[in-house]
Design a binder for this molecule. Structure first.
Ligand code: LLP
Length: 463
């Protein structure tokens, strides 16, 4: 394989990369609508805008790195999910993808429910006014204090994850004089086609109670005997960033089978099933995610068909998309600091953030795209690796991508589809200050999560 002697690194399709980019796109200035938030476009001056505001202005006002979130896109995605699933189903936004008080208010206004998995997320939800009955509480090891709080405020459901938790929640509810609505999370034994760390329905992992060996049936048996619990249904979440609906179909089928067994054994038809979240989004032009209405139809059809076959009334379905709602709505804006061409390999472009604002590349080998957004360029594409400023060689934001070879320090570049699991997994590694989240809508930008300051860091350091 011949390698280019271009000073900025190898140039074209003659370069084998470790990622999936083997050739640069035809025109680096064109933004692929698939990976960018809906109101993102390039204006006549070649500057990228979101919600009608130039990124250059945003960088001046809010600094970099920063996440910019397209509020109208977020709201439109909430509505699309709610409309697709309709009145006979419930959509719970998975707060772990990204949660803030503004997000909670938007969810509430757009008619969505909220799934939380910690006392902190519950606090945020309640503080921003989400009615407790619209909250589902998750987690494989909820503390007694978290359970007490969830039961006391009256969350709509607690998703039980183990035999101990069945007893624990029942006991707490009884002590508080309540009957808590619960679901039991089962593992259906599906191998989701995604990264091992974000697949959750195979048997050898920490979540849920296995259908295999009759364990889930035993969990139902126990839950039905406990006065503190009102068992409303079965829950299954098979993993995250999944495109193939086959896993969801198997999961739905197995959950319905359990409902049929429960009916046969106890004479009860559990009224609800939750099929979890996990729907994939486009991080690069090669990803082809499904639209909410296709997902709703596929899931609705399979549940209806399986229930008919089993002679069951169709239960109320709920789903818990996180990434699919917030992921595509935000991008991270960085300023280019240093550029280091490694002859015959690639060019390393260092930005002012890194693994502290996006750990996903290091953790899951996630793929991202990147674009020069402060101007256009007709220069040749160069193969780059976008890296951060942390003291670690795994500090990679975008593993393989193309940027124009006239890229220079001070240019702004943006990584799209960073709305999910970037700010929520951000860290203070190397005492980095976690970036702000700025909501942009109709020509207005406002900070919804402010940038951390050095005082914030020192405030926690009380030694
Ligand atoms: N429901 C349950 C019970 C979950 O555990 C999750 C995600 C979701 C819903 C939402 O999944 P989503 O629709 O967002 O894929 N940090 C990883 C993802 C971990 C997902 C954990 N659970 C990442 O950055 O890819």
């Amino acid at each position: 394989m011949s390698r280019s002697a271009h000073p900025a690194g190898p140039r074209h399709a003659d370069v084998m990369t470790e990622g999936h980019y083997t050739a640069p796109p035809a025109d680096l200035n064109v933004l692929d609508a698939k990976v960018w938030a809906r109101t993102v476009s390039r204006n006549d001056d070649g500057v990228v805008t979101v919600g009608g505001i130039e990124v250059t202005r945003l960088a001046e006002e809010f600094g970099t790195p920063a996440y910019f979130l397209d509020e109208s896109d977020f709201r439109a995605r909430c509505r699309a999910w709610a409309d697709a699933f309709g009145r006979d189903a419930d959509v719970f936004y998975a707060g772990k993808a990204f949660l803030s008080r503004a997000i909670v208010r938007w969810l509430k206004e757009e008619g969505l429910n909220l799934d939380v998995c910690s006392g902190g997320e519950l606090t945020c939800a309640l503080d921003a006014g989400m009615p407790a009955e619209r909250i589902a509480f998750h987690g494989n090891n909820k503390t007694v204090a978290e359970i007490e709080r969830a039961v006391t405020v009256g969350v709509g459901r607690i998703v039980l994850d183990s035999f101990q938790e069945i007893a624990r929640v029942a006991h707490i509810a009884q002590r508080l004089g309540k009957r808590q609505r619960v679901q039991i999370r089962v593992t259906v034994g599906v191998e989701a086609h995604t990264h091992e760390f974000i697949a959750t329905a195979h048997e050898d992992q920490k979540f849920g109670i296995a259908l295999a060996g009759g364990q889930a049936a035993e969990a139902v048996r126990r839950a039905l005997t406990l006065d503190g619990l009102e068992l409303i249904g079965i829950h299954s979440h098979i993993g995250s960033q999944i495109f193939d609906m086959a896993g969801f179909e198997v999961s739905a089928r197995r959950v319905v089978q359990l409902l049929a067994e429960v009916r046969d054994e106890h004479g009860i038809e559990l009224p609800e099933i939750d099929l979890g979240g996990g729907l994939g989004i486009a991080y690069t032009s090669e990803d082809d995610p499904r639209e909410p209405h296709e997902i709703a139809k596929a899931l609705g059809d399979i549940v209806t068909r399986e229930c008919e076959a089993a002679g069951l009334a169709t239960p109320r379905i709920s789903v818990e998309p996180g990434r699919a709602i917030v992921g595509p709505t935000a991008f991270t804006l960085y300023e280019v600091g240093t550029i280091k061409p490694l002859d015959g390999l690639r060019t390393y472009v260092s930005v002012d953030g890194g693994m502290s604002d996006n750990i996903r590349t290091a953790l899951y080998d996630a793929e991202y795209s990147v674009a020069l957004v402060s101007r256009t360029s007709d220069a040749e594409p160069m193969l780059v690796r976008v890296v951060g400023k942390h003291c670690e060689s795994g500090d990679i934001v975008v593993k393989d991508a193309f940027l124009p070879s006239d890229l220079a320090p001070g240019d702004l570049i943006a990584v799209p589809a960073t709305g999910a699991y970037c700010r929520s997994m951000a860290s203070n590694y190397n005492h980095a200050l976690r970036p702000p989240v700025v909501a942009v809508r109709d020509g207005e930008a406002r900070v919804i999560v402010r940038r951390e300051t050095e005082e914030d860091l020192l405030r926690l350091d009380v030694g």
